[in-house]
Ligand binder design. Structure first.
Ligand code: C2E
Ligand code: CA
Ligand code: CA
Ligand code: CA
Length: 275
């Protein structure tokens, strides 16, 4: 039994070794991919629930890897965050998205995700403002999606960065609301322009009275604070109706459209004419 145990342990070790190697290979490929311009923005429509019209797009990174095909964020964001590559990746994808969306109708907002790790950089606001100058994308059409994780590590620095972005006309959304702690405290500390309800509550609103109650509570909180609420992960008409009834202003999800390439937006989106 002892020997079997040792064998098991040895096998486990070599499995672990293989995993570490595989992860190092992936990290290397990601680094080359960032340098080689393999990461690109996809765009998912944001829908105004009252009018049914597209009010903007959320930018979601995709990796067109020559070896792995089209890779989704679950396979690279955490690795980028852990290895110091997330700022380069996010800024690269944001730059491409802004260049692309600059000529889309002016009422369409572009929402970009910012990782908590990026908030360790005290120059974050300056870098984003520089990107706006370089691309010519107007600040009032940009919304940054941050999570409360961004406000936990260095709250004072994060608040300064957010305030300087807001002073320059950029909107700030609180993403994944309801999944963390101390959410109400953070709502007080910063005047968010939007709150996004995490899809884990939205998806189960029909089956779980608890989820339904959470969604209704966040919606009335939004009303109280005069902050519009976006529900993400809307997959069915039933859910869309429940969200509208609860008083959510905007929605996002597969019911309306998945994240698609810029080319797809240009070819298939009936972008209303400007003016
Ligand atoms: P997120 O910001 O919460 O983005 C929403 C995620 O929900 C996206 O996943 C989107 O494709 C997915 N989604 C949208 N509608 C539905 C739906 O109806 N049903 C379901 N089941 N899912 C839906 P995605 O594209 O895989 O992105 C995952 C996460 O990766 C994002 O979560 C965001 O936190 C992060 N991320 C993506 N792009 C970037 C980026 O450029 N920079 C940074 N820092 N993070 C990014
Ligand atoms: Ca996904
Ligand atoms: Ca987001
Ligand atoms: Ca989210």
């Amino acid at each position: 039994a002892k020997r079997a145990g040792r064998n098991t342990l040895r096998w486990f070790d070599s499995d672990q070794e293989a995993e570490i190697k595989e992860r190092a290979i992936l990290e290397d490929e990601i680094r080359q991919g960032i340098d080689g311009d393999e990461f690109l923005p996809f765009f998912q429509p944001l829908i105004n629930l009252e009018t049914g019209e597209t009010s903007g797009f959320e930018v979601l990174a995709r990796w067109r890897s020559p070896r792995r095909g089209l890779v989704e964020p679950v396979d690279f964001i955490a690795i980028c965050e852990a290895s110091g590559m997330i700022a380069a990746l996010s800024m690269n994808v944001m730059r491409k998205a802004l260049i692309e969306a600059k000529d889309w109708p002016a009422h369409l907002k572009i929402a970009v995700n910012i990782s908590p790790v990026q908030f360790r950089d005290p120059q974050l606001a300056e870098r984003i403002l520089k990107l706006l100058t370089e691309t010519g994308f107007p600040a009032r059409r940009l919304e940054l999606e941050i999570t409360e994780g961004s406000l936990i590590e260095h709250p004072e620095q994060a608040i300064t960065v957010v305030q300087s972005l807001k002073n320059n006309g950029i909107s700030i959304a609180l993403d994944d609301f309801g999944t963390g702690y101390a959410s109400l405290t953070q709502l007080q500390a910063l005047p968010f322009d939007r709150i996004k309800i995490d899809k884990s509550f939205v998806a189960t609103i029909g089956e779980s009275e608890q989820s339904a109650a959470i969604v209704r509570t966040i919606a009335s909180l939004g009303k109280l604070l005069c902050v519009p609420i976006t529900a993400e992960g809307v997959e069915s008409e039933t859910i869309r109706q429940q969200l509208a009834d609860a008083g959510c202003q905007d929605a996002q999800g597969w019911l309306f459209g998945r994240a698609v390439s810029a080319q797809f937006v240009r070819d298939h989106f009936d972008l209303p004419a400007e003016g």
